[in-house]
Design a binder for this molecule. Sequence first.
Ligand code: SAM
Length: 290
Amino acid sequence: MSNLGIPQNTIEILQKYNFRMQKKYGQNFLIDTGVLNRIVDAAEITGEDCVLEIGPGIGTMTQYLAERAGAVVAVEIDKNLIPILEDTLSEYENITLINEDILKVDINKIVEEKNGGRPVKVVANLPYYITTPIIMGLFESHVPLESITVMVQKEVADRMQVGPGTKDYGALSLAVQYYARPEMVANVPPNCFIPRPNVGSAVIRLIRYEEPPVQVADEARLFALIRAAFNQRRKTLVNALSNALELGITKEQAAEALEGMALSSTIRGEALTLEQFALLAEKLPGKKGS
Ligand code: SAM
């Protein structure tokens, strides 16, 4: 089978199957061999690795992954792509195709079955409309993984790696940085895809920490605080936290906790580091009744 990273080969396959791209599935297929090599190089894949690919499309990156990995498991939602993938990937014996929605399938079970529960490497050109739920789902459900190397919208890649005091800093930055060390790999312009997306893209690698950089007694509570702080990011942290009824925190309790950390009671959530959010989670009272 010909290399689908070459635009002409991708066009031929799309024509052969009269395949119509579905915008609702975020279908923008890669057609740049340089970018494809860059992604698989950055993911540091060896013959020992089991790779989980999310959204193989017509199998372009899957071909590159299958050349280097011991095994590849590719999860694709669009059933119309399955016969195409069976054709374009017919030469490889180390690929398992799963026709499922990545947000619904039990990834832990797949990793258990395909890699004996050992950590996998996730590599994908993600469907942009569900980037955050995919990444958060992988982390929060504690899927055994070593790293995530993904193409995402440039703006989202920026959000994943910034710290306090920038406009892009938010709940996603803190969640990603709690679980992993982000590393920018490359910026990718729209002309590397068919069809061209109307946003810039970037490849980012998230290297999973063995231990998170901060320790908290209740991880879910930490993320509930962070979400509340950024849901109302223009409000002071005291107001944002006390307005979030599910937290059960009064203004006085929030102000007292901040004072105990030598922070102003008018500070906003966007000024706090991950370490400060962790400390705040420890200082604030737990949920009522818990
Ligand atoms: N990997 C291919 C490439 O690089 O050319 C295609 C990438 S395209 C940006 C995203 C792919 O994810 C599409 O094939 C799309 O059908 C698939 N997809 C979209 N939503 C999905 C979901 N919920 N679960 C699994 N795959 C999904």
